[in-house]
Design a protein around this ligand. Structure first.
Ligand SMILES: [Zn+2]
Length: 422
């Protein structure tokens, strides 16, 4: 059934004008409200008390709120309160978002109107709806909801959005971080209002480093600056969490410099289960050098690897020589495909692209280059630093550093002990 059919059915059930029903239904569906839930709420709005089996809002504990809860009333403490601008039907609209909690649990929310929520407030929200957002239930409330102050609740969660970078995950909103800007560049993008300048780069604290985007460039964000960022939200970008700074974020320069730690040592399984990790250090054995390693050819137009003179996008092309390695690293918990660029490949190969061409010419076969690399890598243990991302085909690491682990077991044991005792 399409929207029109749903509207037709509802209008005849309720005995009201179809155009009006359809407009309401379209609004809700554009807000990503599931169509069955949208219909239930319209039945209520247009006064069908039978409501398709659902009754009016019921007071719920947050732990019991799920995507099938229909409309609910909850009393909860505001943990975080962020603001964001979205474009809806051609107009900019400011929405509030963050987390709420009661004694039983916590839940994300989106407020479609400004209810003036502040972290620490305890409120009763009447007639809120529940939808699924990134796999979790999320409370939505707006003009048909009521928000009133309630008696203070004691909740087992921290109030306020302060977090370390390592604790941020995609979907977080209203977060505050204290960080050093380790890299930043100005970029021009084709945004919703035409060409716009944004900032992008990398932030670090002692716990981690993460990429960031500032959609409304703040002058305090410059290379080397230590800043407190309030009201940022977190999105996934190329498989890792990314910090988003907006027009509603506040940026304050800090007097004390923020210390930035090294890469986070992680087991491969942990990084994969997180759905990706920025700037991590993995230690494992290379068990295989995959096809497409060694001397390869790339399309001059798009940089894709060319096979038998064919680019997937540009067809017949004159490929340009390049060197790379795709090696499978196994640390006993899981595997990841480690990708080395030309520079790192030259180091492990022990020669440059001209040497590789010469070796291929002598053998009349370019796969000898990958074979040479495999002989050097396979079976040895490596310490690898880079950005891990996960897609449908598995986990890949964009490698920044690649070095053979200390091969003296006594030395390794000492290094391990030093780390544990630190
Ligand atoms: Zn191409």
């Amino acid at each position: 059934m399409n929207i029109d059919d749903h509207a037709e059915e509802l209008a005849s059930d309720l005995g009201v004008d179809k155009a009006e029903v359809k407009e309401n239904l379209q609004n809700l569906v554009e807000y990503s409200v599931p169509v069955e839930e949208a219909k239930r709420s319209l039945r209520r709005k247009f006064g069908d008390e039978s409501g398709g089996g659902s009754s009016g809002p019921t007071a719920e504990n947050i732990v019991d709120v799920g995507p099938d809860s229909g409309n609910v009333t909850v009393t909860a403490k505001v943990l975080t309160a962020g603001k964001r601008s979205i474009r809806y039907q051609g107009d900019d609209h400011v929405i509030g978002e963050g987390e709420l909690a009661d004694e039983t649990g916590k839940i994300s929310y989106t407020a479609w109107e400004d209810f003036g929520l502040e972290p620490g407030d305890t409120v009763t929200i009447g007639n809120a709806s529940v939808r699924e957002y990134e796999g979790n239930p999320e409370l939505n409330f707006g003009e048909s909801s009521t928000v009133s102050k309630a008696e203070d609740l004691d909740v087992p969660y921290d109030v306020g959005g302060d977090r370390d970078l390592a604790d941020l995950s995609p979907g977080d909103r209203g977060r505050n971080v204290e960080v050093r800007v380790t890299e930043v560049e100005t970029r021009t993008i084709d945004g919703r209002d035409g060409e716009t300048e944004i900032l992008s780069g990398v932030l670090g604290d002692e716990s981690a480093r993460l990429p960031f985007t500032d959609w409304d460039p703040h002058s305090e964000i410059e290379e080397g600056a230590s800043v407190r960022l309030e009201d940022v939200y977190v999105r996934e970008f190329r498989g890792v969490p990314s910090v988003n700074v907006s027009e509603f974020s506040t940026v304050t320069a800090l007097d004390e410099p923020v210390e930035v730690g090294g890469p986070t040592r992680m087991a491969i399984r942990e990084a994969v289960e997180r759905g990706g990790a920025y700037d991590v250090e993995l230690v494992g054995n290379v068990i295989e050098v995959r096809d497409g390693s060694g001397l390869i050819q790339r399309c001059p137009e798009c940089g894709r690897v060319v096979q038998k003179g064919q680019c997937r996008q540009h067809g017949d092309v004159e490929g340009e020589d390049d060197l790379r390695v795709k090696a499978i690293l196994d640390d006993g918990t899981d595997t990841v495909t480690v990708i080395l660029d030309r520079e790192l490949t030259e180091e492990v190969y022990g020669g440059d692209i001209e040497d590789a061409r010469q070796q291929a010419r002598d053998a009349m076969d370019q796969t000898v280059v990958a074979e040479t690399i495999a002989e050097k890598l396979v079976g040895s243990e490596y310490t690898v630093r880079g950005h891990l991302s996960v897609d449908d085909y598995g986990a890949n690491l964009e490698t920044l550093e690649f070095r053979e682990s200390a091969d003296d077991p006594a030395e390794r044991a000492q290094a391990f002990l030093a780390e544990v005792e630190a």
